[in-house]
Design a protein around this ligand. Structure first.
Ligand code: FAD
Length: 293
């Protein structure tokens, strides 16, 4: 099923993310984690891809297995930096042939010293336009409530998000955020700029201290004092930190839903136990769709 059709129903959705292994050695573990999360029957699952397309074969395989073996709608991530148009077309045809109906069209991070100016794709909007010119696959894009690190400011960033949507992007998924007010303000700015596609809120349950240190180093995401206090108090006790992180994420999700945000995507990071806890915390709030039928 296309995600655009799911979002068009305007009912709360809960989705989870998995990432592929870097090498074949860890593939069985990833497949197991994926199957356990799929058994929770989320509204859909996303499968990320590694930088430079090195894990694309796993991404496609996992995404195909989700719908084929578990009846879960999937979305395959695809980056385009350094990819030629003919390789991108091959990739899209492969995903289509596997029955995958959704892709998240990304530029990807530019490797140090790499010059994109001569490349077939310089921005995700160009990949989006290309996919839409050759396929009717549903295309999502990334967006950044706290601004993409390469952009001078949020205004400039949103101009480029609008270009991505004008190129045919059917919906957007946000980078993680820990302060919902940042998301609400960003959503208003997107709507003011004429970006009217569904915006999926990306929520990361932080379950250990090392994870949060990494996140801050990589993305500079703002951490509210309520969150910092939790990490300070529970960060050295793994079980307590995990419980607190899951509850914090759950509360973020409840607040988003209460404020009319329907599409919730959880960066579940190949952790079935975390996905299961979040889902059970929300069992009456976002009922599983097979219960509704
Ligand atoms: P773009 O939309 O091209 O934007 C990148 C920068 O270029 C922004 O600053 C933007 O404002 C600017 N820009 C865009 N168009 C123009 C233009 N015409 N002129 C000038 N500047 C412009 N990475 C992975 O490797 N694998 C994944 O699976 C993955 N999944 C992700 C999922 C989500 C939800 C998010 C938020 C990010 C994900 N990423 C992933 C990270 C992403 O690849 C990086 O953030 C990357 O640096 C930017 O990708 P993009 O698609 O947002 O690029």
């Amino acid at each position: 099923m296309k995600l655009s059709e799911i979002f068009a129903k305007k009912i709360p959705t809960l989705s989870f993310e998995v990432f592929p292994p870097k090498t074949s050695g860890n593939y069985e573990n990833v497949k197991y984690a994926t199957s356990e999360i799929a058994k929770l029957k989320p509204d859909f699952m996303s499968v990320t891809c590694g930088a430079g397309g090195k894990t694309d074969v796993y991404t496609a395989d996992i995404a195909a297995s989700l719908s084929r073996d578990y009846g879960v709608t999937s979305i395959a991530h695809m980056t385009c930096v350094g990819t030629s148009k003919s390789d991108a077309e091959k990739r899209i045809r492969e995903l289509e042939s596997l029955g995958i109906e959704n892709i998240l069209a990304l530029r990807g991070d530019i490797p140090e010293g790499f010059d994109v100016s001569e490349c077939d794709f310089r921005h995700a909007s160009e990949l989006t336009a290309f996919v839409k010119s050759i396929s009717d696959i549903c295309v999502g894009g990334a967006c950044y409530p706290e601004c993409h690190p390469e952009s001078a400011n949020i205004k400039e960033d949103i101009i480029h998000i609008k270009e991505k949507v004008d190129a045919g992007c059917d919906f957007l998924t946000t980078q993680m955020f820990f302060d919902n007010n940042i998301f609400y303000k960003y959503l208003c700015k997107l709507r003011d700029a004429g970006v009217n596609v569904p915006v999926v809120a990306g929520i990361m349950p932080v379950t250990n201290k090392a994870q949060i240190d990494r996140i801050c180093k990589l993305s500079g995401t703002y951490l509210p004092s309520r969150f910092i206090n939790i990490v300070d108090r529970f960060g050295d006790d793994p079980d307590a930190m995990k419980q607190a992180g899951i509850i914090y994420a759950t509360e973020q999700i409840i607040d988003l839903l209460a404020n009319g945000v329907n599409a919730i995507h959880v960066y579940s990071m190949n952790k079935p136990d975390v996905a299961e806890k979040i889902q059970s915390n929300l069992s009456y709030i976002i009922p599983k769709k097979d219960v509704l039928l």
